[in-house]
Design a protein around this ligand. Structure first.
Ligand code: ADP
Length: 449
């Protein structure tokens, strides 16, 4: 087992990883930018190193600084969290070159899945169902037009190296296609330094259902069920739940087994998420995330398995601590992403948190690094905490969520809490009947009302 882990991240996820390290009796090193000198993860870590100015490119994404911090503190492994360097294959490679373990998959698998075109080809070859679309990169507007005609409008043009819902544009008809292509190309070049695009059929009312998997890198892999992340704004998740209200046990077991089998073939190591769209009883692979997800706690709540501890164990060379038969799903869990944003305009709201009170009680979990008197810097994403509730049934879970939201006090900055308080009273949410467009339509309707 490792003696000391450096956590190459900030905010709630840095704290989440730190907690796992403490549970395993492993010493921790926090890294931070000058904007985060007073951050909770810095206060709670055994050691800390300042790695640069507020700008993420010069601190949390600064590979030489992070490697230097490992050398100075004698850390023998790095957990990258999510975002920042978590899906940077070169980072994983550099660490290995320095004899520092990367707590995650192999750099080859990160690179493979980071290229969404290659990821889709791989998924197909492993027997996973994919969204109909171009076989590879679009080479010209002419070719795009031809493929769109073949698969039928509406179509979605997507950035091969995209993420976070950016670099994606819908063309409703042939008349829209040229502008969708040029906008997606420009966004993709600016955001990801690469303008390669591919095309998919645009599914009209799917749900986003993803499968959590875990592999040991030697051909053993198990699934930990699915998460339903259909409540999204601008293709970004804000509410996740498990199990999905749309699946029955048979469907769950079938997709889980298909994905676990694919991951065994791939000899995948560590935690990973295989994302699908689900429409009319069919699954369509869209991408694989080779890291811990923001929404991993909902899976932890229904399985009782600590995903971060398991990642650390696997990275240190231990075998998987559970088999497929050991995984039991109990009850229902929902996560709400509390962002420092205006609840309807979603304008970021950085600043000073003047009052902070976290809800508690049975089945309530808060993953947050916020506290009264802390500053939310404007330099990073606006997630300030996650409220996760667990109960025996979905109905009980919704009641508990309502109670927890009512108890939660975060003053000084705007948050998305009022939005969630409204959502839990909506019949469609109560019934679990929503697709990936539901939230945007709801927000539009609320605005015009
Ligand atoms: P990113 O890596 O940017 O998150 P994804 O491929 O995971 O991109 O897609 C993000 C979201 O975009 C999905 O959850 C879904 O809401 C929407 N989306 C992606 N592909 C399609 C598609 N073919 N049809 C309809 N919606 C899609």
């Amino acid at each position: 087992m490792f003696d000391k882990i450096l956590i190459a991240n900030r905010g709630e996820i840095a704290l989440r990883i730190l907690r796992a390290c403490k549970d395993l009796g492993i010493a921790t090193v926090a890294v931070h930018s000058t904007a985060d000198a007073d951050a909770m993860h810095v206060k709670l870590a055994d050691e800390s190193v300042c790695i640069g100015p507020p700008k993420a490119a010069e601190s949390y994404m600064n590979i030489p600084q992070i490697v230097a911090a490992c050398e100075i503190t004698n850390a023998d492994a790095v957990h990258p969290g999510y975002g920042f360097l978590s899906e940077n294959a070169r980072f994983a490679e550099i660490l290995e070159e320095h004899k520092i373990s990367f707590i995650g998959p192999s750099s080859q698998h990160i690179a493979l899945m980071g290229d969404k075109i290659e990821a889709k080809k791989t998924a197909k070859s492993l027997g996973l169902p994919v969204v109909p679309g171009s076989d590879g990169a679009l080479t010209s507007d002419e070719e795009a037009k031809q493929i769109a005609q073949e698969i039928g409008y509406p179509v979605l043009v997507k950035a091969a190296f995209g993420g976070g819902g950016r670099g994606m544009k819908v063309a409703q008809s042939a008349a829209d296609l040229a502008s969708a292509l040029s906008t997606a190309r420009a966004e993709s070049k600016a955001g990801f330094g690469d303008a390669t695009l591919y095309m998919e059929k645009y599914l009209k009312a799917p749900r986003h259902i993803e499968v959590q998997i875990f592999g040991d890198g030697k051909g053993n892999a198990v699934h930990l069920g699915e998460r339903d992340c259909s409540l999204q704004r601008r293709h970004q998740k804000i509410w996740e739940e498990a199990p999905s209200p749309a699946l029955n046990d048979k469907q769950r077991a079938r997709i889980g087994a298909t994905v676990a089998h694919a991951m065994q073939e791939l000899k995948y190591r560590s935690a990973g998420t295989v994302e699908f769209l689900y429409e009319d009883g069919k699954f369509y692979f869209i991408e694989m995330n080779t890291r811990l997800q923001v929404e991993h706690p909902v899976t932890e709540m229904i399985t009782g398995i600590d995903l971060v501890c398991e990642q650390i164990r696997i990275a240190s060379g231990a075998p998987l601590s559970f088999t497929q038969e050991d995984v039991r799903f109990e009850g229902h869990a929902i996560e709400c992403r509390i962002n420092a944003e205006h609840p309807t305009s979603f304008r970021p709201s950085p600043g000073l948190i003047t009052q902070y009170h976290a809800p508690g009680g049975l089945g309530v979990r808060i993953d947050s690094a916020a506290y009264a008197g802390c500053h939310i810097p404007p330099d990073y994403d606006s997630l300030i905490g996650k409220l996760i509730v667990h109960a025996r049934t979905r109905d009980e879970c919704l009641m508990r969520l309502k109670r927890a939201l009512d108890e939660c006090v975060i003053n000084g900055v705007d948050t998305t809490i009022p939005l969630f308080s409204k959502l839990i009273g909506e019949p469609d949410i109560i019934n679990g009947s929503y697709d990936i467009h539901w939230l945007e339509n709801y927000l539009e309707k609320s605005e015009s009302a």
